[in-house]
Design a protein around this ligand. Structure first.
Ligand code: ADP
Ligand code: MG
Length: 753
């Protein structure tokens, strides 16, 4: 009869996702071997072709070394990861261990595994925590952090399993791409990526380009332009679009700006138009303390999806300078973009991808569309008993905030711990002030470092704790309930507003009710929240009763609708970015293939000897073949890299200008971009050859090789890396669109299919 509940459980597996049946069977078989395996002394290198045996031994290894006996659902999760799925497992279910079991399995199959975390703190914590487990299985492991030296990185990548944040791996890959000797290459061929918090890496941050820049120039600030736009008024000189994401000059505004600039025609001076638009963007769309902070005389970006200060991030140069000008700060250095890769492009390099997260089903479609991944929904070890209350909707922000403080005060009086998730840093700070004014002590988490945040949030389940936190602060950290807190109802999570995606709401809720703990959650929403005003502006809004509460049934619909519109808008941006970056990333792969032949082989020497045989003979006699081959390599690598950088710059200009040109010619912008891209790519290859031959013909080459200065082959003296913040306004494409009014765009059929 035991098969009946199993049968029913299989039926209950969510539609559209992978069935767990086969994984469950393996877990059951593993359990049957537990007693025998317990007697083994050596657990090293278990057989991976017998999955049940592998699971039994991995379970025993975890039990012995970590004092955690993996639950069946953790084995099921690990098996889902081993077969290339995204495993959905709720917060607190023990994904770190499930992931380590899977990573060990992949490693035993002979693969190098990168366990990709969202930040350095988690990479290190998990690698160190799981270290003894890997050791018992005979699998080597290491981690990489921002301050790891090249040598440490190389050693870490040589291990079977390497833990690192997505940006560290990405920057290593980018730096490798300009290495001029094989000895400088750090990252081995990609093999398996196992991604923690997979939805945030694969979907939310997928569009973020990681950028390698070089050759610093002082930036050009534009204080006059900032001053100029400061005098413009919204609604008269400029308008925001319905969603508040784009800003554009009105005819009046254009006249005023042109006059102020001495009677120029803006649309005939594209440079000036760009500067004005950037300044206007900085002025009207980016808000201090919401989108960025000013600290130590510098701009610090606040990451929208993480709700915290994003280190090492900046906007694209022009916008960064415009914001610096707006805040009257000196312009920071700018650089030339040597190369870049989106997180999506980075992850797609891996032949095998798998991942885990508490919220995958909501992005099932994207995971399939962009990565060919399927979701496996793993049930919790103990049923979740958290009570998720329906939203409480208020007419105004003021009413909502008053209710929020009152709710916190009354629940706090019982001793129950409360975690309040806010949408941004300034909101956290406002709320903390309000709470303190009521005599309520609270801890605020927003823009500190990950390790500190983890330590603080771990205490959020203590009796009487009030913790105010932006969305992702302290994520990945377990919140355990303090003494007697279970009887009080467990952790109570309050969202101060619904997020732009239901996944983010669910992640916040998931902070409570881990492993069958009691817990509760509720969101307070106002009809004046950005989500509603941006994404459901035309919906007839229900009205509030005298106490400020909206009780009309329609409120629930409006909130859900706004969220779905927001999710749709973000998906469309993701698709669009991908359409544009795909061509460049494919071209980059082709160039890198050539580059690799030059770096590791003799293709540069062959090419130059063929193109300039006499010169080759002459130099060969003079300096000897080995030196000459090295020189040939240096010359071709230099020009390859240089031409690629120029190609990137050119294509970014094309993309910036394409909508304006398409406007005149009725071309589809994406087609036009592709056409230009293909032509430019052909030119690039010819140009590499032409320049290499020219350098080879004219440079003075001695037995010491080539003098880089004298030959003009000077590489950037310093390189640095940054993430272009994935803010909804950030990329060049969006900025271009913003120069056109929405009406003009629609008229010209420029909204992309
Ligand atoms: P997740 O990443 O899924 O949110 P973690 O991996 O951070 O969860 O684990 C949450 C907590 O559960 C940790 O404190 C860990 O020690 C504990 N844990 C995980 N697996 C087990 C297990 N099999 N037995 C006991 N405790 C476990
Ligand atoms: Mg985790």
């Amino acid at each position: 009869m035991a098969s009946i509940p199993q049968f029913i459980r299989n039926l209950l597996d969510r539609p559209g996702s992978a069935g767990l049946g086969p994984f469950r069977r393996v877990a059951t078989q593993a359990a049957a071997r537990e007693d025998r395996v317990r007697a083994l002394t050596d657990l090293s290198r278990p057989p991976i072709d017998d999955l049940a045996e592998f699971c039994a031994i991995a379970r025993e290894a975890a039990h012995r070394t970590l004092d955690m006996r993996p639950f069946d659902v953790q084995l099921v999760g690990a098996l889902a990861l081993l077969s290339g799925h995204v495993a959905e497992m709720a917060t607190g279910e023990g994904k770190t261990l499930a992931g380590a079991i899977a990573a060990a399995g992949h490693a035993l199959r002979g693969k190098k595994v990168h366990v990709i975390s969202v930040n350095d703190y988690l990479a290190r914590r998990d690698a160190e925590w799981m270290g003894p487990f890997y050791e018992a299985l005979g699998v080597s492991v290491a981690w990489i952090g921002q301050s790891s030296t090249p040598e440490e990185r190389r050693r870490a990548y040589a291990k079977d399993v390497t833990y690192a944040s997505v940006s560290e791996i990405g920057f290593d890959v980018l730096r490798d791409r300009i290495a001029t000797s094989t000895a400088d290459v750090i990252v081995p061929q990609p093999s398996v990526a196992l991604i923690d918090e997979a939805d945030s890496v694969l979907v939310d941050e997928a569009r973020v380009p990681l950028v390698l820049a070089g050759a610093a120039d002082p930036g050009t600030d534009a204080p006059e332009t900032a001053e100029l736009v400061r005098r413009l008024s919204r609604g008269y000189h400029y308008e925001l679009d319905e969603q508040g994401r784009n800003v554009f000059l009105t005819a009046k505004g254009t006249d005023a700006v042109e006059k102020a600039l001495g009677g120029i025609n803006l649309y005939e001076t594209p440079d000036m138009l760009t500067r004005v638009n950037l300044a206007l963007h900085a002025h009207a769309l980016l808000t201090r303390d919401v989108d960025y902070l000013v600290r130590d005389g510098r701009i610090h970006l606040v990451s929208q999806s993480r709700g915290r200060v994003a280190t090492l991030q900046r906007w694209p140069d022009g916008l960064q300078a415009a914001v610096e000008a707006k805040e009257a700060l000196p312009a920071s250095e700018t650089g030339e973009i040597l190369d870049s890769i989106t997180i999506q492009g980075l992850i797609r390099r891996y032949p095998e991808i798998c991942g885990m997260t508490g919220t995958a089903v909501a992005v099932e479609e994207q995971l399939r569309e962009f990565y060919g991944l399927k979701v496996a929904v793993v049930p919790p070890n103990k049923p979740c008993v958290r009570v998720d209350e329906p939203d409480r909707v208020f007419g105004t922000v003021a009413d909502k905030e008053r209710a929020l403080v009152a709710e916190i005060a009354s629940v706090h009086a019982t001793g129950r711990p409360i975690l309040i998730g806010t949408l941004d840093v300034s909101e956290s700070e406002r709320l903390a002030d309000d709470l303190r004014a009521e005599g309520l002590d609270c801890v605020v988490l927003n823009a500190k470092n990950d390790a500190e945040e983890a330590a603080i949030i771990a205490q959020a389940g203590a009796r009487s704790a009030i913790t105010v936190s932006t969305q992702m602060a302290g994520r990945g950290t377990d919140i355990r309930l303090g003494e007697g807190v279970g009887e009080l109802g467990g952790l109570y999570v309050i969202g101060s507003g619904r997020h732009a995606s239901s996944r983010l709401d669910d992640q916040l809720r998931g902070r409570a009710g881990r492993q069958g703990d009691p817990g509760g959650s509720v969101f307070l929403v106002s009809l004046e929240d950005d989500l509603i005003t941006h994404y459901a502006p035309d919906e007839g809004l229900p009205t509030a009763d005298d106490d400020g509460v909206v009780r009309h049934k329609r409120a629930e619909y409006v909130v859900g609708h706004a969220q779905r519109v927001a999710e749709g808008a973000h998906l469309e941006i993701h698709r669009n970015t991908w359409r544009y970056t795909r061509l460049l990333e494919r071209q980059r792969d082709l160039v890198l293939e050539q580059r690799d032949k030059v770096l590791r082989g003799d293709s540069a020497a062959e090419a130059l000897a063929t193109a300039a045989p006499e010169r080759w003979e002459e130099l060969s006699a003079l300096v000897g073949e080995p030196v000459l081959r090295e020189v040939a390599r240096e010359i071709v690598l230099f020009h390859l890299d240089r031409c690629w950088t120029e190609h990137l710059g050119f294509m970014s200009d094309v993309r910036e200008g394409i909508h304006l040109r398409a406007l005149g010619h009725k071309l589809k912008p994406l087609d036009e971009f592709h056409r230009e891209g293909v032509v430019a790519y052909r030119r690039l290859l010819d140009e590499v050859e032409r320049r290499s031959v020219e350098t080879f013909a004219t440079a003075s080459i001695t037995s010491d090789g080539l003098d880089p200065l004298e030959s003009g082959l000077k590489r950037p003296t310093a390189t640095w890396t940054y993430l272009v913040q994935d803010n909804p306004f950030g990329n060049a494409f969006d900025r271009v669109l913003k120069r056109l009014t929405p009406r003009a765009r629609r008229r010209q059929g420029l909204e992309e299919a």
